[in-house]
Design a protein around this ligand. Structure first.
Ligand code: FES
Length: 328
């Protein structure tokens, strides 16, 4: 297996596509293996990989197989005709037998230690990290319940695998048949957080908002989520970010000027600081950097309030103050 480290200190692998399966309407799964049969770098549930789907097309997809499997990575991709072209490129360009460049797994949506029950809420293709979590929780014998919302059975990926868990009462399918009036009553599901439970959710914009509102009364630090697409509001937010500012590096005292049309990530990388980036959209958390002084106008969709007090995602966030002291 070829493994190289790129300019941003991210390990890149060249893997072979062993299998492509149609999992549901518009959703294919892709199984990547090492061409020489070697074990792959380990991952934990919630991890994602970067997939190079064509020239200049790099997209992030959650791994959805069991983290106990060391011989393969599996992703599932919904072809989005209204997307930026990444999912279409995966569907159209990647064939069985191809060698594809992907990054080693990174995880910004990790399962936290839990003394109570874990609740997993998946909307549509947001099932991918949840499925890996269900596998990991099964193997660690941690109690959980999962709700998987889709338009109908033909739109629900991985049904055979998840139906086995549904028989044990741990996975609940909910089909709205395209009518929002039939949506899962998320408010009721999340009404009474039991003991020291943890909530994880992932899905499309409306689903994410419903989960956010329904879990506002959950204890601080017990709610975790991952967007797979930047909410629409990002365009407005980007238009209103601050002008030039100074990023000061704590270890060296170096002061870097960041112009209004630059993002902090690119300035740090150009100056030689080892800042990894992946989604460049505030979705994955790969680029988070600790800050020691200054106020931040957070524009990401991944950090919770506790993390925001300590970190910023340098691909999209900027300081609200003129200077920001970074722990680099
Ligand atoms: S690179 Fe993904 S949040 Fe910054």
């Amino acid at each position: 297996m070829n493994a190289i480290v790129d300019d941003n200190a991210v390990t890149q692998l060249e893997l072979q596509v062993r299998q492509i399966r149609m999992e549901a309407n518009g959703i294919n799964s892709y199984e990547f293996v090492s061409p020489d049969g070697a074990s792959l770098p380990p991952f934990t549930a919630g991890a994602h990989i970067d997939v190079h789907a064509g020239p200049g097309i790099v997209r992030q997809y959650s791994l959805c197989n069991s983290p106990a499997e060391r011989d393969r990575y599996v992703i599932a991709v919904l072809k989005d005709p209204n997307g930026r072209g990444g999912s279409a490129a995966v569907h159209e360009n990647i064939k069985v037998g191809d060698r594809v460049r992907i990054s080693a797994p990174r995880n910004n949506f990790e399962l936290r230690p839990c003394k109570g029950k874990v609740v997993l809420l998946a909307g549509g293709i947001g099932v991918t990290p949840m499925k890996a979590m269900a596998h990991q929780l099964e193997s660690e014998n941690i109690p959980y319940e999962m709700y998987y919302c889709a338009k109908g059975p033909d739109y629900a990926a991985f049904r055979p695998e998840l139906e086995a868990l549904a028989k044990s009462g741990k996975v609940n399918f909910h089909f709205d048949h395209g009518d929002p009036k039939n949506s899962l009553d998320i408010t009721t599901v999340l009404k009474h957080p039991e003991g020291e439970c943890e909530l994880y959710y992932c899905g499309p914009g409306g689903f994410m908002e419903a989960c956010k509102v329904a879990s506002e009364h959950w204890p601080s630090g017990s709610v975790h989520f991952e967007h797979f697409k930047a909410p629409v509001k990002q365009a407005d937010a980007d238009a209103s970010v601050a002008g030039a500012f100074i990023a000061e590096i704590a270890s060296s005292g170096e002061r870097l000027e960041v112009a209004p049309d630059q993002n902090l990530a690119e300035v740090l990388q150009a100056a030689g600081y080892p800042v990894e980036t992946s989604c460049l959209s505030g979705l994955c958390g790969t680029c988070k950097v600790r800050y020691l002084a200054g106020e931040v106008d957070h524009q990401d969709f991944i950090l919770d309030d506790e993390e925001k007090a300590e970190y910023l995602t340098v691909c999209v966030s900027r300081p609200a103050s003129k200077t920001l002291l970074l722990d680099l």
